[in-house]
Design a protein around this ligand. Structure first.
Ligand SMILES: NC(=O)C1=CN([C@@H]2O[C@H](COP(=O)(O)OP(=O)(O)OC[C@H]3O[C@@H](n4cnc5c(N)ncnc54)[C@H](O)[C@@H]3O)[C@@H](O)[C@H]2O)C=CC1
Ligand SMILES: CC(=O)C(=O)O
Ligand SMILES: [Mg+2]
Length: 371
């Protein structure tokens, strides 16, 4: 199969969807891998390393897209990339469609088959292609939050661990999944006073057991969110309803109850964000202030640590990429119901219920398209 790896074009996105070792695996199986010139550079992978792995380097972006059967990306296609996509092609990348109506309509119009990393499931539960980037983003959320609490960033001027005689900052993480656990773990490591809210009691049990009560676990209700808003110096939004738009848990009017200079880090921004006042920001300009509260809402946080993130992401995507290349999308998805959960769009039809629901559109069950 002819497989293309474009260079990512989202703001400050330095990850790449395939490493030279991934290219080697595909070339060894007889596939033709074409990598856009300098696509791996930001993650520390030179063109020469891809050539040594058996791949071809292509400088002409239009030619790269036009002739590909399978396109491997990291971030959701930007408008000029949607324009390039056409029917008969398979796109494998993060999509986050429930938060992106224009993109959804663009992918439907393209006629392509679009498989989202973030909705693929695993037999043991969880989202195996979201988890590695959620681990990165959760860990980064505390770094971003700590920086945002500094005065020069508009923050209250609070050091997360405090110092002897001065208490630590209060950090609340809403959503105790992969992002939430990693954020809470980092905040604990820095000596903050950490609470995690989740509406899943089994998940709170896991966290309580794993951290031996060092982080407070709180059942998530409107009341407990209001308490967190009043008491916290830093709140990290880390909720997810898979494939669906994030629920808005902190409204604009609640910001008045927050301490001036407190910080909201909305990691769930890629699914639309879980705070009413969140809107996506970029690494170039990551924060803004609403009603005295600093907001950090970068939708591609792992892109900033592209080397670590590319390795973690491609370790997880590798078996799925090989299956797509060897079998084609229809057989690969027919053979694996968890992989089939990644199908969001095919041939002008939506195939993911939560996305259809977000926009009041029709959808077809992926099973009706499989062998
Ligand atoms: N901004 C970025 O760069 C990145 C964003 N993300 C996003 O972070 C979000 C979280 O991802 P994961 O941690 O992997 O998901 P996850 O599925 O592991 O965890 C989500 C948690 O939210 C909880 N939850 C759902 N609704 C809730 C509510 N109303 N109140 C409290 N808890 C609630 C669930 O019970 C679950 O434990 C996703 O939107 C994901 O796409 C992930 C990686 C990078
Ligand atoms: C999950 C996601 O959106 C990212 O890694 O950028
Ligand atoms: Mg996004």
């Amino acid at each position: 199969m002819r497989i293309a790896v474009p260079k990512e074009i989202k703001n400050h996105e330095y990850r790449v969807a395939l490493t030279p070792s991934g290219a080697r695996e595909l070339c060894a199986r007889g596939h033709q891998v074409v990598v856009q010139e300098s696509a791996g550079e930001g993650a520390g992978f030179a063109d020469d390393a891809y050539i040594a792995a058996g791949a071809k380097i292509e400088a002409d972006v239009a030619a790269l897209w036009e002739s590909a059967e399978l396109i491997l990306k990291v971030k959701e296609p930007q408008p000029e990339e949607v324009e390039r996509l056409h029917s008969g092609q398979t796109l494998f990348t993060y999509l986050h469609l429930a938060a992106a109506e224009e993109l959804t309509r663009g992918l439907l119009a393209s006629g392509a088959t679009c498989i989202a990393y973030e909705t693929i499931t695993a037999p043991q539960g969880g989202l195996p292609l979201l988890a590695p980037m959620s681990t990165v983003a959760g860990r980064m959320a505390v770094q971003a939050g700590a920086h945002s609490l500094e005065k020069a960033q508009g923050g209250a001027g609070i050091l997360l661990p405090g110092v002897p005689g001065v208490p630590p900052a209060r950090v609340t993480v809403i959503g105790g999944g992969v992002v939430g656990e990693n954020a809470a773990r980092m905040a604990l490591g820095l000596g903050a006073d950490v609470s995690v809210l989740d509406r899943s009691i089994p998940r709170l049990e896991v966290l309580d057991d794993r951290y031996q009560g060092r982080m407070k676990t709180v059942f998530s209700t409107a009341d407990s969110v209001e308490d967190a808003v009043r008491e916290s110096d830093l709140i990290i939004g880390a909720v997810l309803v898979p494939g669906a738009a994030a629920p808005k848990l902190i409204s604009r009017s609640m910001l008045a109850d927050m301490k001036p200079g407190s910080v909201l880090v909305d990691v769930a921004i890629d699914q639309g964000g879980c705070f009413e006042t969140s809107h996506p920001t970029t690494h170039a300009d990551p924060t803004y202030v609403v009603d005295g509260v600093v907001h950090y809402c970068v939708a591609n946080m792992p892109g900033a640590v592209a080397r670590t993130s590319t390795q973690a992401l491609t370790n997880a995507t590798q078996p799925f990429v090989v299956a797509l290349a060897n079998k084609g999308w229809r057989r690969a998805l027919s053979d694996d119901a968890h992989f089939a959960a990644g199908l969001n769009v095919h041939g002008g039809q939506l195939t993911y219920a939560a996305v259809a629901e977000a926009f009041g559109m029709e959808h077809v069950a992926p099973a009706t398209l499989l062998e």
